[in-house]
Structures are given as structure tokens and as C-alpha cells.
Design a protein around this ligand. Sequence first.
Ligand code: AMP
Ligand code: ZN
Length: 117
Amino acid sequence: MFQAQNPDCLFCKIVKGEIPAKIIYKDEKCVAFHDIDPQAPTHFLVIPKVHIGSCGEINGTNSQVVCRCFEVISKVTKELGITDFRVVSNCGAQAGQSVPHLHFHVLAGRDMTWPPG
Ligand code: AMP
Ligand code: ZN
């Protein structure tokens, strides 16, 4: 059965306000909040409110919220005066995903290396 939120999911709890977060932006589809363990001078996360496990679960039914996440990234970076930034989404444990709710890291404020570690 489709579940808008997963009761055991950390980021679903942030969406519901059950866990506090430093929220930068929210609308009916997405939330942006500062990462609790920043890896750059600016490091925030953009997530869909609906529970999607990772990039590997994006499909034609839920991809509208993914588009909105990227609109939010564009809007929030502009509002913060950021022009140079990196967007990362880790998918699966081997890629470094620790929270199984789709999220886009937005990192800025320092030089970035490539390839990523
Ligand atoms: P990932 O490891 O790619 O799944 O990213 C998960 C991110 O969530 C990490 O960068 C964590 O620092 C961040 N994180 C974990 N718990 C919280 C929280 N309560 N509030 C904000 N960010 C969090
Ligand atoms: Zn979730």
C-alpha cells in the first residue's frame, strides 16, 4: 500500500515536526533544512514530503516532487546568494546513503574535488 510517510523514517519525522530541524524552506511538496553535520560552510538538504526511499524509487508517478526539489534548490541557493554549489544524492549503502528517504545534499562555500570519494 502507498504510504505518504513512513512512521519509522527520520526524515518523515522531520516533515511531521516530530524531530526538530533548522528549516530553511517548505511548501506543500518539499522541505529544505540544514544538515546536522555540515560537510561545507553551506550544507542543506532538500527532501520531498512524501516518503521515497532513494533515487532508485523515482518513477512516473512520483517524479513531480523531484522536479519541485530542484526548483527549491534553485530558489534557495539564489536567496542565500550562492552561485556555485554541488548537488549530491547518495543511493544505497555503498554510495554512502545513511537515511533511506530521498534527499538532495546542497553543498557550497568551499572548493570541491572531483571525483568524489
Ligand atoms: P546520506 O548519508 O547521504 O543518506 O545523508 C543523510 C544526511 O542526513 C547526513 O548528511 C546527515 O548528517 C543528515 N542528518 C541526519 N540526521 C539529521 C537531522 N536530524 N537533521 C538534519 N540532518 C540530519
Ligand atoms: Zn521518509
